[in-house]
Structure formats: C-alpha cells, structure tokens
Design a protein around this ligand. Structure first.
Ligand code: 26Y
Length: 810
C-alpha cells in the first residue's frame, strides 16, 4: 500500500518573489492570476533591472571619481541575443530567481525561452561587438557601446518550400523592459545644406534638414556582476513631429513627413554583410549614429574634464569596421568648428583617439561613397576629408620610393572611374591603430588592401585575434559540460578560461571520457527533440552531428559541404554493404536578401534534404536538416550538440570566424581550411585534434593568378563530376530540372571559391573523420583536448590586448 504523505507545506514566498509580484502589479498592471508568460518575463526583468541599477550607478560614479579613461565601442551592429539568462548567471542569481518564480508557479526556463533575441546585427561582426561588451564589463573597464536602436533588426527567415523568405522581426512588439529612454540625452544631427565662411575665417555648416537623436540605454552586466556598463542605442525623431501649418492646410500626410523621414533612419538593419549597400539611407544611418555618439563623447569629456585637448588621454574610440568611419570627420568638425582648434591640433587629437578594426578583405564589402552623394549630404565633412587627404598625400609624396600608383592607392578619394570617398582609407589615416581579427587576416591586410598605407605608416597595423565570451558560449549554453568540468578541475576556469588547461589530462581517463560523451549525448537528444518537434524530422542522437551554421555566402562554401553530402549519398546507395558512419548534416544560416546564389544554395540544401531524408535505401545512415531562422538563441542550442564543426571557407577569405571557437569550446572537432582563426585554433589544440584540408591562402592566390581550370578538375574526379552532374541535371529538383544549372556551370567556368579544387581533399578529410569516429575513445579524447586547449580564445583575452595595446586603459 502507498504510504500516506502529508502534502508539503507551500514554500514561503521569498522577499524576491514578493518584489516580482509587486512589479507585476504596479508596473505591468496585472495580478498573478491574469498574468501571462510575457508579463512574468517583463516583471522578472524589471525586478532584476532595479537591482542592476545600483551597480550601474556605482560603476559610473567610480569611473568618474577616478577620472578614468573610457572606452567607446562604435558599431552599427550589436547581435546580442537574449539577455535574461546571461544577466542572471553573471549576477549569480539563477537559482534564487528560479526558486522565487517556482513558488509563484512560473518556470524560469520557460520564460527565458520567450524573450525575443535582440538581433541588431548580421553575423560575426555584430556578435563580436556583443561579446566585447560583456568582456569589457567583466574586466572592469569603463566602456560604452554606441549603436542604432533598429526597430526591425535582422529579418526572420522562413523556409517556404525550401526557399528563404524574409519577414520583418518585431523584437520590440512586447516593449523592451531592459532599456531606459534618456530624454535628456538628445542631439541635433544635420544633413545637407551649405557651408558658410571659408578655410581662413570661421566656418559654419548650415544643414538643410535635421533630426534629433534620442538615447536608449541598456545595462551590460559583467561576470560576477563586478561592473555594469552601458550600451547606448540611438533612436531618431523629427524636431517638429508634425507641421501644423501643413496639417491645417489639409496636407495630413505631408505634415508628418519629417517624422517619417526621421524614423526611416532607425527602421531597419541593412541585412547584408557582404556587399556594400551604397545607398543614401545607409550613409545617413552611419552619419546619424556617428554624429550623435561623437557629440555625446565630446560633451561628456568637456563636462568631466573641462579641456577638449585632453580627449585622447580620457577617451579611446574604437571603430567597428568602417561603418562608423565618418566619425573621424565628425570629430574634426567639432574640434575645429565648435571648439576653435587649429587643424593640426585637431588632427593630432583625432588620430590619438581613434582605433579602427577591419573585419573583411572582400572588395565588394569595402565601403566607398560616390563623391557627389557625400558632398550633398555632408558638405562640411567633404571639405575636411579633402584637407585631411591633402596632408596625407603630401606625406606620401615626401616618403621614399612612393610611386604615383602607391600615392593613388593611399588617397581618400578613389579616382578610378566615378570618384568615390574610401571609408577604409579615412578610418586608417584617422586612427593610431588599425587591427585585423586573426593572424592570417592581419598579414593579408598588410599585403593586399592596405599595402601602400602600411608602407607609409608601418607601425599602425596590428593583430588582435578574436575571442568569444565563455559565459554565454560555455557556461550558459552548456550547463551539463560546465558542471562536468567543474567537478573535474574545480571552478577556477569560470574566472579564467586559461585554467581549462588542467582538463587536458582527463582526456586519458576512460571514466571521464564516458561522462563527457554522456553530456554530449544528452545535448544531442535535446537538439533532436527540438528538431523533431519543430520540423518533424527524426534524428538518431548516436549519429555523428556534422554542423555548418553561419551566414550563407559562397566564400563560406556551404556548397562544398552540400556537394560532398550528395557524393556521400551516392556512395551509400551504391555500396550499402559498407560500414558507413551514421551522419546528420545540420545547416542553418541566412542569405542577404539580394544575394541570388546564396539563396539558391539554401534551396539546394533543402532540396537535397528532402530527397535524402525520404530515401529508405540510405536507412538511418544519412539525414540532412536545414534549420530555419538561424540566430543567437538557435546557435546556443545547436553548438553544445555538435560533434563536427564545419569551418571550410576558401583560404584567405574568412577574416577570423568566431563560430569555430564556440564549437571547439563545446567539444566539437573542427574540419577546416587553413583560414582565419582556424590556423590559431590548430596551433592551440594541436595537429592531432583538428582535421585540416585544402589549399592554403597562398595556393589560392597562385591558382587565381595562374591558369586554374576547374572543368579539368571536375572531369578528373569521378565522385565530384557525378555529384555536380546530378545536381545540374535536376536529380534534386525534378519540379524544375534546370534550377541549379547556372550554379553548377559557375563551378565549371571559374570556380572563384575553389570548390572543385578543394573537393577531393575535403572528401578525404571527411572519410578520415569517419575513421576517427569509429574509435570513440580517441574521438572523445580529442574533443576533451579541444575544450581544454581553446581557453585562449576567450574575448577576455582579446579585450585585455585591446585595452593594453590600443586603448591604454589597463
Ligand atoms: C558594408 C556592409 C555591407 C557590411 C556590413 C556588415 C560589410 C560587412 C559586414 C560584416 C562583416 C562581418 O561580419 N565580418 C566578420 O567579422 C567577424 C568578426 O571579426 C569575423 O570573425 C568574420 O570572419 C568576418 O566575416
């Protein structure tokens, strides 16, 4: 018989639970019974925020009292994701808040899940900015992030019949409980008009139109809540929200035109990370946020320190790529026109204050603006850029051995064809430091895009290899692995990921390997359940999970992976008797809405998935899944469940990559090319714990310069030609057999991304992966060594280097 058990007394409500309920009632206006999940989420965030505010103010006061130098990170993108879990765990309040909510009948994990992602960025560059913000707070650096409060961030991706469809993402639909509107911090930002006065006398810019920039602040909590910094995002509004004269005259729409114009500035994130938009709205966005940020920085400096000439001692401004590069001209304008400094002094202050980070060498992503457009929108800045250019070119001509060609390459104005303003050159000459984001990338910067500028300013280019925050990308997204590691080596790694090193010897411990693979398996079960529920695809958690998740771009070569998948599919079908490794190929990623080939590659992945997944003859040996709407939260789900990390860009083209670091930290093995940070990951984990294949950057350059004939390569490889021909002839697209003909013809004709050239090496590497997988003990040991040896790729290490070597704040 069942023993009789008295019902447990309802646990008493903690003061924290009372505060959450109080917030719910008084700030959301709901009682407990009427509250829905979103109300609980908002009440929890607001309660937590109230507690954060004290630390926030203490951080500001402390920086002020110390007269500290501040860091300003200017970025058009911050790809933050969800904030609640991150903030809770950084404050060490997870359990406490979870318990308080449980007493109220609310599941913390459930409400964490409905927080919308703040997706104010495209990909790597925006996510890096978010990791950096967290690390700057963790390292107790007084720092501000500046960006735009887009109403619509990164689009939501739906897959309709295999095709990407872009939908607006409305992350602000339920309000944003994290942010504070700062009505007192508003700035005038002008556009167009004319410049009055001349170089000698006092110059004054009279803009033809203006908007007001309005600040919204979000707290950024560092690890252990040591410090809380500010992410300040600008919104825009018209000075006269409504023109009453026009309204009264019956022009109801025209009366609101100013407001609409202002709002259009902050409406959308440009969803491309590969080809510069070149549109007026983009330049307006760049200037809008640069001007507001620089005005804010200058105002704060003058208010705290009195003398604008000490700016470089008290402010370090980092430009996240060239998107905020017009800030260089904006600071010059404020120093000269508003603070009456002579040009030379203003130039010295400017250069000492700015640093510039380059994130891409792709020529089509290098920003430049048609001169007439720039001049019309920013006439005073155009003058200043001419003046800066005059100085730089004089220096260049004086320097030994500068050819006319080199001088032309250094010029801020591109004179080939339509004249354009080169933003990378402006950022370069306006900064005391120019950095790349991985060793190879930095070396290539010196050899290619910036070769002549590097000769003129040889001390300026430096490397800062990227990193990721281990809080979000290990401790928060992979609690199972975190607990296991803590049991094995203690908790010190939570404060210093270099300490993960002590895990290394555990790779030889069979019982630890067992537990390690148990954690991985349970993460895989979790992901399988998610995929089962969301897309109705059943996966075997014991198969090898082979993952490529990132923006879809030809240089990242999802196509190489898909073609190899087709070849493997073919092999399995023709040799079913062989001992194939069961694999799940997982893809996710968005394509820029105007990028035809990238969208076609998404369709191809889906077409291949459809065919392979419904073919009983491959049994459970191969499955393909394209997960829709890749974002930060989905990455947090997938990465802990990955066995194999695909980092297969054409060598020389991926500046760094940061996904590669996240996978390794979560115990996946990398299959990759010698590109970006893969090279440094290989140096850290050791040659035996990574699978490298393919052409080097030098070999790619040589092939491109020489006589590379992809057609011969394809025809020379039976597996490759079979796969390419199958795709080209419509085997995967029976409803439209010619769908992929052009895409495949591109491989035959030029193959810029070396898919054919690297195919055989890639296939061989994949078969080597199969062999390694068969030796589970060896695989787990290598995976453990990855975790133990990639602590160096923490963004704390990266930010420490920026702080000491660029910003002078540590
Ligand atoms: C001008 C506009 C079209 C544009 C917008 C966004 C151009 C580029 C971008 C974003 C580039 C980007 O995300 N680059 C990535 O930066 C990461 C962080 O440094 C690198 O890890 C990654 O290799 C690089 O592609």
């Amino acid at each position: 018989t069942e023993p009789e058990i008295a019902p447990a007394p309802a646990p008493a409500r903690s003061p924290l639970a009372d505060r959450i309920v109080d917030t719910l009632i008084h700030r959301i206006g709901k009682d407990e019974r009427a509250a829905r999940k979103h109300d609980w989420l908002a009440a929890t965030i607001l309660t937590l925020r109230d507690e954060i505010i004290d630390k926030w103010m203490a951080s500001t006061r402390q920086a002020h009292a110390a007269g500290a130098k501040r860091v300003y990170y200017l970025s058009l993108e911050f790809l933050i994701g969800r904030l609640l879990r991150d903030a809770l765990s950084n404050l060490g309040r997870n359990a406490e808040v979870g318990d308080a909510l449980a007493v109220l009948g609310v599941d913390l994990a459930e409400i964490e899940e409905i927080e919308p992602d703040a997706a104010l960025g495209n990909g790597g560059l925006g996510r890096l900015a978010a990791c950096f913000m967290e690390s700057m707070a963790t390292l107790d650096l007084p720092a501000y992030g500046y960006g735009i409060r887009y109403v619509n961030g990164m689009f939501r991706q739906r897959i309709d019949d295999g095709w990407q469809v872009e939908l607006p993402e409305t992350w602000l639909a339920h309000g944003n409980p994290w942010e504070f509107e700062r009505r007192e911090s508003a700035y005038f930002v002008g556009f167009g008009g004319e410049v009055i006065g001349n170089e000698v006398g006092h110059v004054h810019w009279k803009p033809a139109e203006a908007v007001e920039a309005l600040a919204y602040d979000t707290p950024v909590v560092g690890w252990r809540g040591k410090r809380v910094n500010t992410l300040r995002l600008w919104s825009a509004r018209a000075f006269d929200p409504i023109r009453l004269d026009a309204f009264n005259a019956g022009d109801h729409i025209g009366a609101l035109a100013g407001q609409v114009r202002a709002e259009s500035l902050v409406r959308v994130l440009y969803p491309s990370d590969s080809s510069a938009a070149g549109q007026e709205l983009r330049l307006r966005q760049e200037y809008f946020f640069s001007s507001a940020s620089i005005q804010d920085i200058v105002r704060r400096h003058v208010q705290y320190f009195g003398d604008i000439r000490t700016l470089p001692d008290k402010a370090a401004i980092q430009l996240n790529d060239t998107h905020p590069a017009v800030s260089v001209a904006e600071l010059m304008r404020l120093l000269i026109d508003h603070h009456d400094l002579p040009f030379d002094e203003a130039w010295e202050i400017t250069r000492k204050t700015f640093g510039y980070t380059n994130h891409t060498l792709l020529p089509e992503a290098l920003e430049s603006w048609p001169l007439p457009l720039f001049e019309r929108l920013l006439p005073r800045h155009m003058q200043l850029i001419y003046a800066i250019n005059g100085r730089v070119l004089r220096e260049a001509r004086k320097s030994d051995g500068m050819s006319d060609q080199a001088v032309a390459a250094i010029s801020l104005i591109d004179e080939n064809g339509e004249r354009r303003v080169r933003m990378a050159n402006l950022a370069f000459v306006g900064s005391h430091s120019v950095n790349g984001v991985a060793a190879l990338h930095t070396a290539l910067m010196k050899q290619t895009v910036f070769a002549d500028l590097h000769r003129l300013y040889p001390a300026r280019i430096n490397n800062k290899t990227n990193g990721i925050t281990p809080r979000r990308w290990l401790m928060d997204c992979n609690p199972g692995l975190t607990a296991l590691v803590r049991d094995a080596i203690g908790a010190e790694f939570c404060d210093d990921t270099a300490k993960l090193q002590s895990l290394d010897s555990f790779s030889n411990d069979p019982s630890f390997r067992e537990r390690f693979s148990g954690v991985k398996r349970s993460n895989k079960v979790g992901l399988s359940n998610f995929i089962g529920e969301s897309m109705g695809l059943r996966l075997d958690p014991d198969a090898l999970f082979d993952v490529q998740i990132k923006r879809v771009h030809e240089y990242k070569r999802q196509l190489l992976n898909i073609i190899e998948t087709v070849a493997l599919y073919d092999q399995i079908r023709s040799h079913p008797e062989e001992d194939w490794t069961p694999r799940v190929k997982i893809f996710a990623g968005k394509a820029a809405s105007s990028y035809h080939n990238a969208k076609l590659i998404i369709k191809l992945a889906n077409d291949v998935a459809k065919r392979v997944n419904s073919d009983p003859s491959v049994g459970g040996l191969l499955k393909v899944a394209f997960l829709p709407n890749y974002n930060v939260s989905l990455a947090e789900r997938i990465i802990p469940a990955a066995d194999l990390s695909e980092q297969i860009s054409t060598a020389g083209m991926e500046a760094s990559g940061t996904g590669n670091m996240k996978f390794a930290l979560n115990g996946a093995l990398t299959i990759g090319t010698l590109d970006g940070a893969n090279i440094e990951i290989k140096e850290h984990v050791g040659d035996d714990n990574i699978v490298i294949f393919g052409l080097t950057a030098d070999e790619v350059a040589a092939k491109r310069a020489g006589s590379y004939r992809p057609r011969e390569v394809i025809e020379g490889s039976r597996e490759l030609s079979q796969a390419v021909n199958a795709i080209a002839s419509g085997v995967f697209s029976p409803d439209d057999p010619s769908r992929y003909r052009e895409l495949m013809n591109g491989l035959y004709d030029h193959d810029w991304f070396m898919v054919a050239a690297d195919f055989d090496a890639y296939t061989a590497a994949q078969r080597a992966v199969d062999a390694r997988w068969a030796d589970q003990a060896g695989w787990q040991a290598a995976a453990i060594r990855n975790v133990a040896r990639v602590g160096w790729f923490s963004s704390d290490r990266t930010i420490g280097e920026y702080a000491r070597e660029i910003w002078g704040v540590m």
